[in-house]
Ligand binder design. Structure first.
Ligand code: HSE
Length: 428
């Protein structure tokens, strides 16, 4: 009889408890699919006394995840502790050194140390898998490393942080301010302990950097992600964008260009009728474009007990079956150093300005844009009673550098009040 696959689970929060439940409740299904039974030898968490809604009595307890990672009676170390360093990193390294396979949901750990950990895994003959780290229940890592492996990937895009999408959706549909929508998300328990991981775009940037590595065969380079959060998105922009047929999304985009690897995570406008534009609430969507397959759209829950535990178990079952895939889809030593594209691919931009209502003001703005080589596609000035007129401009495709030159020059015209808002319009 084939030996059971024995897990050691570190971290018993929502996801850890979800994994324990699946192992307990679906034993027959897991054994049938994995070809061997899946068991839990030992677990570890900070608080032993906490009620997690599932019995842990039959498992050994370790206070120290590093000790758990090295136990002789585990084959797979399941790391659900979180955090880019500290115990999660120490225990993952210890597990790999001991030759254990590792399954993790930890995007921060891999975004910062993915290359070193992948090399450590290969040196030890172990595998390190991380499906649950990106977009929760959506099996996008598997899609890129396996199902789409015969493609040159041309672009990967996505909404990868459900909390931000929830906040933006509530601003749009309920007319809440950013602060009100943030408070609502907080009340629902959506925000990470450090909310800036969500609203600052960092969590989503971690995920994007991992997908970019698989898609383009490059070493993970989170530091090269151009990052902007949603804190400056206003209701006014969401309304104006909607009026012109767009939605505002915290959108991740990575693509290989002649200038190097472009990785961006920032608020963008997308057509309201596109799949990304129609993604409301706390869900995630990943769009993959390959030279052979065309465009693939995957949508689903990006967080939560069931979806994230589902992704962890997908990796565990692969290991049970004997499927051994390199962490980023190819041996880590062969991943190229990432050369970051210093500038984003040209795109149309949405501009919102408060223009002093006096003769010639609009002409000055148009001249400044023209001088920088930025061409206007659409323009709208709303009727108004104040001294400043709200003006919206959609440009033709332009570089960010040309746009920045025009925005800087606008200050000198003395006809624009405050700072203009500029949002990229992504062609999706
Ligand atoms: N906080 C994330 C989100 C889930 O809101 O999507 C974990 O990465």
């Amino acid at each position: 009889m084939t030996k059971p696959l024995r897990l050691g689970i570190a971290g018993l929060g929502t996801v850890g408890a979800g994994v324990v439940k699946i192992v307990r409740q679906k034993a027959a299904l897991l054994e049938a699919r994995g070809g061997r039974s899946i068991t839990i030898s030992a677990v570890s968490a900070r608080n032993r006394a906490k009620d997690r809604g599932v019995s842990l009595d039959s498992y050994d307890w370790e206070d120290d995840p590093v000790a758990l990672a090295q136990r002789d009676d585990i084959d797979v170390f399941v790391e659900l502790v979180g955090g880019s360093d500290g115990p999660a990193k120490a225990a993952t390294e210890a597990a790999l050194r001991a030759g254990k396979d590792v399954v993790t949901a930890n995007k921060a750990l891999l975004a910062h140390h993915g290359q070193d950990l992948a090399i450590a895994a290969e040196a030890a003959g172990a595998v390190l898998r991380f499906e649950a780290a990106v977009a929760g229940g959506i099996p996008v890592v598997k899609a890129l490393t396996e199902g789409l492996a015969g493609n040159d990937i041309t672009r990967v895009m996505g909404v990868m942080n459900g909390t931000c999408n929830y906040i933006l959706t509530r601003m749009e549909t309920a007319g809440l301010t950013y602060d009100e929508a943030f408070a609502e998300a907080d009340g629902l328990g959506y925000l990470e302990a450090d909310p800036n991981l969500d609203v600052g775009g960092i969590d989503a940037g971690h995920k994007l950097s991992l997908l970019a590595s698989i898609a383009f065969g490059t070493q993970v380079a989170f530091d090269a992600v151009e990052l902007e959060g949603i804190g400056r998105v206003s209701i006014e922009d969401i309304r104006q964008a909607a009026d012109m047929g767009y939605k505002v999304k915290l959108l991740g985009v990575c693509q290989m260009t002649g200038r190097g690897l472009e990785q961006r995570m920032s608020p963008c406008l997308v057509p309201a009728t596109s799949p990304l534009g129609q993604l409301d609430g706390g869900t995630n969507m990943i769009v993959i474009e390959g030279d052979q397959v065309g465009q693939i759209v995957m949508r689903g829950a990006g967080a939560g007990e069931g979806p994230t535990a589902s992704a962890v178990m997908g990796d565990v079952l692969d290991i049970a079956r004997g499927t051994r895939i390199s962490t980023f889809g190819q041996p880590a030593a062969g991943l190229e150093m990432t050369k970051p594209a210093q500038t984003a691919t040209p795109a149309p931009y949405y501009l919102r300005l408060a223009l002093l209502d006096k003769p010639g003001a609009l002409a000055k703005v148009a001249a400044v844009l023209g001088d920088a080589g930025v061409s206007i596609n659409r323009m709208r000035q709303r009727s108004h009673d104040q001294n400043t007129a709200p003006v919206l401009i959609v440009t033709h495709k332009t570089t960010r550098a040309a746009l920045d030159e025009a925005l800087a020059a606008m200050v000198g015209t003395n006809v624009v009040e405050g700072e203009p808002v500029a949002l990229r319009i992504e062609q999706v």
